[in-house]
Design a protein around this ligand. Sequence first.
Ligand code: ADP
Length: 415
Amino acid sequence: MNILVLNCGSSSVKFQIIETDLDLIEKNFDKRLASGIIERVGSQSLITLQADGKQKLKQATALRDHRAAIDYILRWIISPNANIANIISLADIHAVGHRVVHGAEKFTKSVLIDDEVIEGIEDCIELAPLHNPANVKGINVARELLGTGIPQVAVFDTAFHSTMPETSYLYALPYQLYRRYKIRRYGFHGTSHRYVAYRYRQLLKIEREQTNIITIHLGNGCSACAIKNGNSVDTSMGMTPLEGLVMGTRSGDIDPSISYFIHHKEGLSFDELGVMFNKQSGLLGVSGLTNDMRELIDEETEHQDRRATLAIDMFCLRVKKYIGAYLAELGGSDAIVFTGGIGENSAIIRERICNGLEFFGLTIDKNRNGEMFGGKEGEISVANSKLKAFVIPTNEELLIARDTVRTVKNVPRRW
Ligand code: ADP
């Protein structure tokens, strides 16, 4: 089956076409046929498109909304210009898999989309006002442009964490707030943590139930996940993706009193505080320079910028604290697995995080660590390290495509 994977953000649409099916999943033979991204939807949009094995195309044109963006993508997909293997008309797209950010308590696994599911996703908008509306738009537009005859599947960022026990997911707030408004921790990046855990068990040739690891996703957004017997038992993001690790522009954990303190001192409204914690904090806020880890490392190396170093050190310390907490919570773990743009590519950040974890039995192999970037996968700890460390590139789109096939064919997922 050719699966169109759609990831609609508030002002962007990312897509991939992946050829996959039950037998291809089994053999790991599924492959990407094309990919692309449209940024700045709603104004002069930047478009990047690529059929696999062919040249990348970059264009700029005004696209008014998500409908115009998805329409643009579909037209390109079937154009002779794109020349995508096996795709001649829209009938060659057999199903669509949507990344949906928040599934709340309602969606604990991927589901076939119908009117009731759309309503359910809309119900979650309150919990993810920045993300779910765009996801719903993507679903409605794809239904409209491709027809309701093409099955569509929703894959939720929160679903993998639905196995967390209430001791992990509840906040120590008045219990009725949970009852009334479902205020609790949900966790995000679930598709990434699940994919990485799956690849880990494939690499080690072990069963899902034998998977006891801590996965660390470090991209623009960052989160850690404690996985016991194959299930997420704790994760660092909370009711929203703001909690936990220090991120590119998000603060991660802070004392909640800070919000009303600043509110009184500077007269910021709660919406403005939300912007500050989500968009002006984290690496950007501390360094005063950038949210981009690569640039911060360059600033540190080339100009010995004090606040660049401070931001990087705070970033690494927060990850280390979560590793320590999860090792205690899990009663030990077999491995720490790094993923995401920073986790996959930056040996120096991985080393700074793992420095001092020898106490837990983790020793990094500097050579192996230094060689792990650009999509490579493997162990970065020394041969006899009691606690191991790995780098495993994430592939959320592949997992969405695979879940789409399994859901359409009604085959229970085994990750
Ligand atoms: P997103 O969360 O948006 O998917 P990515 O997973 O692509 O983002 O991660 C983006 C982050 O990865 C940026 O901070 C970028 O600087 C960082 N990054 C990418 N390559 C490197 C590298 N070689 N060294 C350090 N950081 C890197």
